[in-house]
Design a protein around this ligand. Structure first.
Ligand code: FAD
Ligand code: S2G
Ligand code: ZN
Length: 434
C-alpha cells in the first residue's frame, strides 16, 4: 500500500457549520452513510481519503478568521483555514503560529488539530495539546459542541477538547479552533552543521538545550543519505558545506529578541561545539536567503523521496540514544535492495525512517514490517509520533498501546459515534472502529 496515496472518489465541499452538521445529521446518518472529514489532504497515513463509499466533508470553504486578540495573541478561526494563510495573517499582526510544517501551503488548521501535527517548532512551542485553547466540533449526531474557550486557564470539569486533538476525524469534525499564538521575534539565526557520528548529534542536542536554552527554536537532523537524495533530486539545492563526507547534519535555529546577544550566543556555542569535537564543520546563515536555503534542505527531504521512487514511511518516537540504531539495523536487513534514510525532529525524539526503492515491492515490505513495529515496541517507542494512524496503521496500534487502553478508546468512539459513521476504518483497529 503506497504511502501518501490518494483515492480519487466522490468529493464534496461544505462552507458552513450548518452544512457540516447536516452532513452528519440528516445526510449520511439517515441513510447510515459514513463521512470522511477532509482538510488539505496532506496526511500521510490515508486518514483523509474514503475507503469505500464514504461522503467526503471537505472543510476548505470554512476558512474564515473569526477574531484575533493582540494582547493575548489568541486567534479564533474556522477549521478550514490553510496553515500558511494563518501564518501570513499573524505575520502582519506581529505574531506567529506555534507550529510550522512542510505542508503549510495546503494543510488546514482543522487537519493539524485532528492529527495533532508536530512539525518543526515543537521543541520550542510545544504540542497542539498545549497551544489549542478551544474547539468547536460537530458530532456524529449533528450536534455542535462549543468548547471554543479563549482562556489560558479553565478548570471547570473535564477538558474534552483534548479528546478531539489527534482523533483524526473519528470522533467529530473540527469546525472552529482557538489557538494561542506566540509573538513574532525578529532575531532568527540558522546554522547548518556536520557531525561525524550519531553520538555527537545527541551530545550537541543536550548542549544546545543547556547553552542556547530559551532561544533554541528548532533542532532537526538528517543523515548523509537524506542529504544525497535532496542534492540529487531537487533543483537549485546545494550543500552549504564542503563536500567532505559527513555522516550526519544538524539544522539549529534560534529565535530571540536581541540580535547581537543571540548571534553572539550562537557563535559562542558553535565555537565550543567545534572545539569539543561535537561538530566537524558548520555554516551560520549570513542572511535570510541563506537561512531559507538551509531549511530548504531539511524541508525538501519528503519531496526528494517522492521523486526518487517508491517510499515506505515510518514516523516513530524513540529514545534519542537508540533512534539511529533502527536505521542501521534496517540497512543491514535490506542491504542494497533499498535506500534507507533517517531524518527528523531530533529535539522531540521523532525519527522519520524512510525506505526508498525504485518501485513498490511486497518483498521489501515483508522485510520491513512487522520488524519496524516490533523494534519500536521493544524500545518503548511510538509507531506514530506525529502523523497519526489513519487507515494504514490503525491495526498496528497495539505495538504502542495496551489492549485495555485501546478498548477504552473504542468505548469512547462508540459513545460519540454509535453508528460508526465518522471516518470508519481509521485510527482504531478495523475490527473496533466501524
Ligand atoms: P488531511 O490530510 O486532510 O486529514 C488528516 C486527518 O485529519 C484525516 O484523518 C482527516 O479525516 C482529519 N481531518 C482533516 N480535517 C479535519 C477537520 N476539520 N475535522 C476533523 N477531522 C479532520 N505532519 C506533522 O505532524 N509534522 C510535519 O512536520 C509534517 N510535515 C509534512 C511535510 C509534507 C511535505 C507533507 C506532505 C506532510 C507533512 N505532514 C507533517 C503530514 C500532514 O501535513 C499533517 O498530518 C497535517 O496536519 C494534515 O493536515 P491536512 O489539513 O492536510 O489534513
Ligand atoms: C517531516 C514529513 C513527512 C515525511 O518532514 O518532518 O513529518 O515523513 C515529515 O516525509
Ligand atoms: Zn515531521
Amino acid at each position: 500500500m503506497k504511502s501518501g496515496w490518494r483515492l480519487q472518489t466522490q468529493t464534496g465541499c461544505t462552507n458552513t457549520k450548518a452544512q457540516v452538521s447536516f452532513c452528519c445529521n440528516l445526510g449520511p446518518l439517515r441513510r447510515c452513510l459514513a463521512v470522511v472529514p477532509q482538510g488539505g489532504n496532506t496526511g500521510l497515513v490515508g486518514g483523509s481519503v474514503p475507503v469505500f463509499d464514504e461522503v467526503i466533508v471537505n472543510m476548505s470553504l470554512m476558512n474564515n478568521i473569526i477574531s484575533f486578540d493582540k494582547v493575548s495573541g489568541i486567534l479564533v478561526c474556522e477549521g478550514g483555514c490553510i496553515l500558511e494563510n494563518l501564518i501570513t495573517f499573524l505575520d502582519n499582526q506581529g505574531f506567529i503560529m506555534p507550529l510550522d510544517l512542510g505542508a503549510k501551503g495546503s494543510c488546514q488548521i482543522g487537519g493539524n488539530v485532528s492529527t495533532n501535527a508536530g512539525g518543526l517548532r515543537l521543541v520550542r512551542y510545544g504540542s497542539l495539546h498545549g497551544n489549542v485553547l478551544g474547539l468547536e466540533v460537530v458530532l456524529a449526531d449533528g450536534n455542535v459542541i462549543d468548547m471554543l474557550g479563549t482562556l489560558r486557564k479553565d478548570n471547570t470539569g473535564y477538558d474534552l477538547k483534548h479528546l478531539f486533538i489527534g482523533s483524526e476525524g473519528s470522533l467529530g469534525i473540527v469546525s472552529k479552533v482557538s489557538i494561542l499564538t506566540p509573538p513574532k521575534l525578529f532575531s532568527v539565526n540558522v546554522a547548518f552543521l556536520a557531525c561525524s557520528d550519531y553520538f555527537s548529534c545527541q551530545k550537541l542536542l543536550m548542549e544546545a538545550k543547556r547553552k542556547l536554552g530559551e532561544i533554541l527554536s528548532a533542532f532537526e537532523f538528517l543523515d548523509s543519505k537524506s542529504l544525497d537524495l535532496v542534492l540529487n533530486h531537487l533543483d537549485g539545492v546545494r550543500n552549504p558545506l564542503p563536500p567532505t563526507l559527513h555522516k550526519f547534519y544538524i539544522l539549529i535555529e534560534t529565535t530571540g529578541s536581541d540580535e547581537p546577544y543571540d548571534r553572539q550566543k550562537l557563535e559562542g556555542f558553535l565555537l565550543h561545539a567545534m572545539e569539543a569535537g561535537l561538530i566537524s564543520d558548520g555554516a551560520l546563515a549570513q542572511d535570510i536567503n541563506q537561512a531559507s536555503s538551509f531549511w530548504r534542505i531539511r524541508e525538501g527531504i519528503p519531496e526528494a523521496l517522492m521523486k526518487a521512487g517508491a517510499v515506505y514511511k515510518y514516523d516513530l518516537s524513540l529514545p534519542v540514544e537508540k533512534m539511529y540504531d533502527l536505521v542501521e539495523e534496517m540497512r543491514t536487513r535490506l542491504s542494497d535492495s533499498a535506500n534507507v534514510v533517517g531524518y527528523g525532529h531530533l529535539g522531540d525524539g521523532n525519527l522519520h525512517l524512510n525506505i526508498s526503492t525504485a518501485q513498490y515491492d511486497d518483498g521489501i515490505l515483508t522485510q520491513i514490517e512487522p520488524f519496524v513495529y516490533e523494534w519500536t515496541s521493544k524500545h518503548r517507542g511510538s509507531i506514530s509520533a506525529e502523523h497519526g494512524l489513519g487507515l494504514m496503521k490503525a491495526n498496528e496500534i497495539f505495538y504502542s498501546k495496551p489492549t485495555a487502553t485501546v478498548s477504552l478508546m473504542a468505548s469512547i468512539k462508540k459513545m460519540l459515534d454509535p453508528k460508526g459513521i465518522l471516518n470508519p476504518y481509521k485510527v482504531l483497529p478495523h475490527s473496533l472502529s466501524s
